[in-house]
Design a protein around this ligand. Structure first.
Ligand SMILES: Cc1ncc(COP(=O)(O)O)c(C=O)c1O
Length: 391
């Protein structure tokens, strides 16, 4: 057993990141300013999507995207239930109704078919989520949505480093919302980015993200700026702080290196886990140009084959100093969301009970990875489990 606890996740922050924040503090510009502008420009350039709007979370990005698309009372927004609650929450905040679509148990994301099963004439938008950063075939989903006059937003929280047939999230859809939360592939501690090829949508999102003001703080307080501004609509306080954007710029610059390490670790995991009893994994993408981002590495424990259930497996892994997580408790099972359940979600309800997210982050060594694999092997091996029961 390893001597010290391996956390589920640890951000990769080096001197360059610390220096970027220190420099930002020294130059004295704390609210959205020059680093935000540059971060947006660099992110748009890297992603190949025309417009990038930096915000203080992915949740904020989803909220302003839905608002900018005019989602409101009477509308329905289709979303997976097997995701973080953000998309459903923002939908409710706008007075619309989240409608949950089931997942494909191989990809762990929604599909055209599961979406088609729940859309109605009230469906105004779809929020798709490439689970763990596995590309879900956005071109086909975008065509499906376009043919029906429904907006498509990507919850791209896991998607930094992902390519869907060679393209970043936001290329095919109406907009994509990235998360820079501490556990994501690129972090600003807290933060997000809305990307879109729709200039009008970007403008509206930018205005809504800063109180509905027609001019942002950068313009007001910089040389040549004016104190005059208008408030054109009620908006939100969602702008990103400049030191966090400085951190984001540094992280973006080294994203490729961090992704290389994620891929090495994921390959090591996949080889070893494919030989384990009763443990299955998310299917790898197959289309040309698809690149998984490995924001998470999830295994499914089949209790009948491995002789241990998911919850007990988590306890046993913790006892072996391996941190884990579960992504996600389906939204429709939360007490505050239960009343929204409409149609059955059999795969979501079956698969989530088997899921464990294993540690996978760039700073992990090969030895850390082997500790995870050895611990998992011991936990799912019927022999070890039986010995434990006998004690
Ligand atoms: C799939 C998904 N969507 C949205 C979010 C929300 O991101 P943020 O914390 O940046 O608002 C998360 C965060 O964990 C997430 O995993």
């Amino acid at each position: 057993m390893r001597a010290s606890f391996l956390p589920y996740c640890k951000p990769q922050l080096d001197e360059a990141e610390i220096e970027s924040i220190a420099t930002s503090f020294r130059n004295g510009w704390l609210t959205s300013g020059p680093n935000v502008k540059e971060f947006e420009r660099e992110f748009a350039e890297r992603s190949g999507v025309s417009h990038a709007v930096a915000l203080n979370s992915c949740t904020a990005a989803l909220h302003v995207a839905l608002a900018a698309l005019g989602v409101g009372p009477g509308d329905e927004v289709v979303t997976p239930s097997l995701t973080f609650v953000a998309g459903a929450q923002c939908t409710l905040e706008l007075g619309a109704t989240p409608v949950f679509a089931d997942i494909d148990p191989q990809t762990l994301s929604v599909t055209r078919e599961t979406i088609e099963a729940v859309i109605t004439e009230r469906t105004k938008a779809i929020i798709s989520m490439p689970y763990a950063g596995r590309p879900l075939g956005i071109a086909s989903l975008a065509q499906f949505a376009r043919e029906r006059g429904i907006a498509l937003i990507e919850d791209a929280a896991h998607a930094a480093g992902m390519l869907d047939q060679g393209e970043w999230a936001g290329t095919r859809s109406d907009a994509a919302a990235y998360s820079f939360y501490a556990t994501k592939n690129l972090t600003t501690a807290e933060g997000g980015m809305l990307v879109t090829n729709n200039a009008e949508l970007a403008d509206r999102a930018r205005i809504l993200g800063l109180h509905g003001m027609s001019k942002d703080a950068w313009k007001r307080y910089s040389a040549g700026g004016s104190w005059r501004y208008d408030v054109v609509a009620p908006g939100f306080k969602y702008n990103l702080a400049d030191p966090l954007a400085a951190l984001g710029r540094e992280q973006l610059a080294r994203l490729d290196g961090m992704q290389r390490r994620r891929h090495e670790l994921a390959a090591r995991f996949r080889t070893a886990i494919s030989a384990m009893n009763g443990v299955s994994m998310q299917a790898v993408p197959e289309r040309n140009g698809d690149v998984h981002s490995w924001c998470m590495f999830v295994v499914m424990i089949d209790e009948k084959k491995s002789a241990v259930g998911r919850d007990r497996a988590i306890e046993l892994l913790t006892e072996q100093n391996i941190g884990t997580s579960v992504h996600y408790v389906p939204t429709h099972l939360f007490s505050g969301y239960r009343s929204l359940r409409r149609s059955p979600l059999p795969e979501t309800e079956r698969v989530w009970q088997q899921m464990i997210s294993l540690p996978l982050f760039p700073a992990m060594t090969d030895e850390d990875a082997d500790d995870v694999l050895n611990a998992l092997e011991a936990v799912v091996s019927p022999r070890v489990f039986a010995a434990e029961q006998a004690v």
